[in-house]
Design a protein around this ligand. Structure first.
Ligand SMILES: [Zn+2]
Length: 328
């Protein structure tokens, strides 16, 4: 075994599985990505994830002493089991991804929702590094949310805390979840495309193209991003007041359109300052596509101490507090 301590961080999504091997400072020493066999069920996903980690270990000469998973869906951290997931996954609900991957790799594995892992990555090494209290929001296909208090992810009794995308009152539109008016109906990448299509009466313009149109002064494109930024700001203002959190990090694909999203976001936030009087700071995410894997790795470090006491070092023991993970 290599003398260098590394953990594996995995980002398990509906289309791809990406993984990193990184050290305690968050330095990525190996990284890779494979297609996710989400239609083939949990065991196929586990096999693909384990094979990816093994290939990174072989190419780098490093051996992970623990692994962390950030997975799509609602994840029960205590059991490492998927509690809810989208339809793009077959036989994923009820699957014990944490224990199964632990069996496959032979090391302890912690499992977390991918947005929670995203926030942990940005909190440890990204745009809200140094903050202990932050809200994370991902604007991707859907809208995900996560809350960290005292440096720990707030999971909730069902692993579903922070689901800001499915809070109501922002529109009269039907959400992907079937309910009406959720933040996701205006602020997700898919919604931005749908709202623009409704305005111009034609489908097929990508989010990237709509952002370009907004930059060029297209009124319909600008209105769609204005509505997204306004709704996002209201959700952020509500969450900031509820949790006394003033640092917010926004990631996901729509983050790439930050320049056209930010003006209405800032306008609305300026009119809805937290009652604490402390100004809100909303930051675009910094770690890009690696935030989830890096955050999952950060969440796995305590297991490297608990699960393999023979290799704990003083630095390991002095590591920052982290949520309770699943110990194999
Ligand atoms: Zn919804």
């Amino acid at each position: 075994m290599s003398s260098q301590h590394v953990v594996a961080g995995l980002d398990i999504g509906g289309t791809k599985i990406s993984a990193v091997l990184c050290d305690r400072s968050g330095t990525v020493l190996a990284a890779g990505v494979v297609p996710a066999p989400a239609r083939e069920g949990g065991p196929a996903m586990t096999a693909a994830a384990a094979a990816l980690v093994r290939s990174l270990e072989q190419s780098s000469g490093l051996v992970a002493v623990a692994a962390g998973v950030g997975a799509a869906g609602v994840i029960d951290q205590a059991s490492g089991t998927v509690r809810a997931a989208s339809e793009s996954f077959t036989d994923w609900v009820g699957y014990a991804i944490g224990p199964e991957l632990s069996n496959a790799l032979g090391v302890p594995v912690s499992a977390e929702n991918d947005v929670n892992a995203f926030l942990m990555g940005e909190l440890r090494w990204g745009s809200v590094a140094g903050s202990e209290h932050a809200i994370g929001i991902t604007l991707g296909t859907g809208v995900g949310g996560a809350i960290a208090i005292d440096g720990r992810i707030m999971s909730g009794p069902h692993g579903a805390a922070g689901e800001i995308g499915h809070t109501p009152g922002y529109s009269e539109l039907v959400c992907t979840c079937g309910q009406v008016g959720h933040l996701e109906t205006l602020a997700s990448g898919r919604s931005i495309e749908a709202r623009y299509a409704e305005r111009i009466g034609a489908v097929g313009t990508s989010g990237i193209a709509i952002a370009e149109l907004a930059r060029a002064g297209d009124a319909d494109a600008a209105a769609v991003f204005d509505a997204a930024g306004h709704a996002l700001a209201l959700a952020i203002a509500t969450a900031a007041n509820l949790f006394d959190v003033v640092d917010v990090v926004v990631g996901g694909g729509v983050r790439e359109a930050w320049d056209v999203l930010e003006p209405s976001l800032s306008r609305t936030l300026a009119q809805n300052a937290p009652i604490s009087g402390i100004p809100l700071a909303v930051h675009p995410a910094r770690l890009g596509g690696r935030a989830v894997a890096l955050g999952a790795a950060a969440l796995a470090w305590p297991l490297a101490v608990d699960g393999a006491p023979g290799i704990a070092t003083e630095a390991d023991v002095a590591a920052p507090a982290s949520p309770v993970g699943m110990t194999a």
